[in-house]
Design a protein around this ligand. Structure first.
Ligand code: PMP
Ligand code: GLU
Length: 399
């Protein structure tokens, strides 16, 4: 807290994923052996066809400001992708390209929320949703779930959470951090509740769409009665391993797209021009071109689940998508490990960092204080070594 700073930033939490990654990075720099499983970031390189498109864009002298909402050719490629993969028809005036899906989400909160507006967040939710909503004056309303329901909400849960002040609901499917995927039937059941509340905007974050082992992905906007009030968020960070290239986008009602364009025009302008041209190539390419990454993530999921099953006190669901496991570690809360009292999942994550040299993220940051998040977007060797170290650190501690 620094009184010279705004209340807005003083009250804001630091991104727990980025904070843990920074901590792990600085310990590594000090020479400590740390296995970083905190950040959700594919360890693959960018596909060659995307790199070539970026190099060509530089050689073709792309250098100037793009239109704020993205190049026309990129919006065309996004429209094509939405039709091809999601059966969604969005015209260019319904699409806005941003500096990562994180900015897409921040734009939406800024243009849709007034102070006091409630934002429903099925928990666990992605770490930044709550603070993105709060900084725009919104009030997060969490719906708790647990491993028993595969971390998914039911229509009853949703009905109970809605009040006259509800303005928005944000969820991700596949979900970061639980890996849960809502089926078409489950989304229809939620939509049946939402149809009675036409003023609620649904923000469907589909950034893990392709990293899905269940074989089917469904978008809320595919339901005709949800289309006009749903904003579909996506990006190339995860599927194309382009996290640092910073391209995200939305498809949604044109009045919302126009407002995001206006907001972005005063904050950052158009996203990086070279990355936009490379994204055209990424999105024009059929998803089969990135299947090798999805296959590798699936194998790593099997590996990490089998290794975790061998560590006492870790309960997991079977994640159907994304690249995280979100084990319930409440068994350890209240215990003393190596003389250290573990009072929270945060304490437990710090214990793993200090005594096993493994960086994970506390579930508190995702709205679930019983869990920690482990990213398995890492090499098989790192996953094996990390689980071995965790097992050893905890085995000694429980003696
Ligand atoms: N949504 C979810 C669920 C995520 O995990 C991420 C990861 N950073 C983002 C949005 C933002 O992605 P980016 O800004 O890299 O496009
Ligand atoms: N989405 C990733 C994660 O959840 C990246 C970090 C971030 O942007 O917060 O770890």
């Amino acid at each position: 807290m620094n009184p010279k700073l705004s209340d807005r930033v003083n009250e804001m939490a630091t991104s727990a994923t980025l904070a843990m990654a920074a901590k792990a990075r600085s310990l590594k720099e000090e020479g400590v052996s740390i296995i970083g499983l905190s950040l959700g970031e594919p360890d693959f390189t960018v596909p060659e066809f995307v790199k070539e498109a970026a190099i060509k864009a530089i050689e073709a002298d792309y250098h100037s400001y793009s239109p704020v909402d993205g190049y026309a050719e990129l919006k065309k490629a996004i429209a094509h992708k939405f039709k091809r993969d999601n059966n969604l028809v969005y015209s260019p005036d319904q699409i806005v390209v941003s500096t990562g899906a994180k900015q897409s989400l921040a734009n939406l909160a800024q243009v849709l929320l007034n102070p006091g507006d409630e934002v429903i967040l099925p928990a666990p939710y992605w770490v930044s949703y709550a603070d993105i909503a709060k900084v725009a004056g919104g009030v997060p309303v969490e719906i708790k779930t647990s491993i028993a329901t595969d971390f998914k909400i039911t229509p009853e849960d949703l009905r109970h959470a809605i009040t006259p002040k509800t303005k928005m609901m944000i969820y991700s499917s596949p979900c970061n951090p639980s890996g849960s995927v809502y089926s078409k039937e489950e989304l229809r059941a939620l939509a049946d509740v939402l149809v009675n509340h036409p003023d609620i905007i649904i923000v469907s974050d589909e950034i893990y769409e392709h990293i899905n082992f269940s074989g089917s992905h469904f978008s809320m906007a595919e339901f005709e009665d949800m289309y006009d009030r749903t904003v579909t968020v996506n990006g190339v960070s995860k599927a194309f391993s382009m996290t640092g290239w910073r391209i995200g986008y939305i498809g949604g009602p044109s009045y919302i797209a126009r407002a995001c364009n206006k907001m972005q025009g005063q904050v950052t302008s158009g996203a990086n021009c070279i990355a936009q041209i490379a994204t055209v190539k990424a999105l024009e390419t059929p998803p089969s071109a990135i299947q090798y990454m999805v296959d590798a993530f699936k194998e790593r999921r099997t590996l990490i689940l089998s290794l975790l099953a061998d560590i006492p006190g870790f309960k997991t669901n079977v994640p159907e998508g994304a690249f995280y496991v979100f084990p319930d570690i409440s068994y350890y809360i209240g215990r003393t490990l190596k003389g250290q009292k573990i009072s929270s999942a945060g304490d437990f994550a710090l214990f793993l960092l200090e005594h096993a040299g493994v960086a994970t993220v506390t579930g508190e940051a995702f709205g679930d204080p019983d869990c920690i998040r482990i990213s398995y977007a890492a090499s098989e060797n790192d996953i094996k070594e990390a689980m071995k170290r965790i097992k050893e650190a905890l085995a000694e501690a429980t003696h």
